[in-house]
Design a protein around this ligand. Structure first.
Ligand code: ADE
Length: 245
């Protein structure tokens, strides 16, 4: 059965797409679904689009219509945790929607009627992804120097926050850090994927390269970072993960 590899933005998936031996392409719901082989693995690649609704639509279609066995999301995120620097990699273990708030009817952050605010990644998949990331990070990417990154990139694992907001404000970033001190990174899709995968009881994992610190500088060099660092990182870590199967 097929593995789905998904990103939000074209730049995040570009290098993986270039490595795909495409066998067929389908169009559905405004998305291109590219089927083929990556190494020995049968995969479908898809761009989800940005935000929780786009991610949820994509995930539901992958799990139901295309019956994929599991889902791997790869992209960038803003760093929130104290030691989470630009160029580091985060493997998500738990996901929370930081903009979910149906209080006072339900506790803040809880997804109403599920009794949960945190949704977990599949542990064996996350373990494999972390092992793949460790292998790739052992040889730092040459492009990092072009962004003034001199320290060896680190791998972090833990809580990722998602919301329909690109966080580019020191004040908002500090509020999230104070309210959810164990959060490592913030992005716009992971927790939506986690919730849909929980509904379908299907495994998933999320890999995020840190592109910014979610502060007032967050937009600087973002497209260049996506192209030069995040895209090859995604490809190399995903390939290392699949080879380590
Ligand atoms: N993806 C990458 N950086 C981000 C940020 N600062 N906020 C939300 N999503 C992001």
């Amino acid at each position: 059965m097929t593995l789905a590899i998904v990103s939000a933005l074209p730049e995040e998936l570009a290098a993986i797409d270039a490595a795909l031996h495409t066998t067929r392409t389908e169009s559905l719901a405004g998305r291109q679904w590219r089927f083929g082989r990556l190494g020995d693995e049968e995969v479908v690649l898809c761009l989800a689009g940005v935000g929780k609704v786009a991610a949820a639509t994509t995930t539901a279609l992958l799990l139901d219509r295309f019956a994929v066995r599991s889902l791997l999301f790869t992209g960038v995120a803003g760093g929130l945790g104290p030691g989470v620097a630009v160029g580091d990699v985060v493997v998500g273990r738990e996901f929370l929607q930081h903009d979910m708030d149906a209080s006072p009817l339900f506790p803040r952050w809880e997804v109403p009627l599920t009794g949960r605010s945190r949704f977990g990644a599949d542990a064996p998949w996350a373990d494999r992804l972390a092992a793949g990331a460790r292998r790739v990070l052992a040889q730092p990417h040459a492009a990092l120097a072009g962004f003034g990154i001199v320290q060896a990139p680190a791998l972090h694992q833990g809580l990722i926050l998602s919301g329909d907001q690109f966080i580019a404000s020191g004040a908002v970033c500090r509020r999230l850090q104070a309210e959810l001190p164990d959060a490592l990174a913030v992005e716009m899709e992971g927790a939506a994927i986690a919730q849909v995968c929980a509904d379908f009881d299907r495994p998933f994992a999320v890999l995020r390269t840190i592109s910014d610190r979610a502060d007032d500088q967050a937009h600087v060099d973002f497209p260049r970072f996506l192209r030069e660092v995040a895209a090859p990182y995604s490809r190399d870590i995903v390939m290392a993960t699949l080879q380590g199967a």
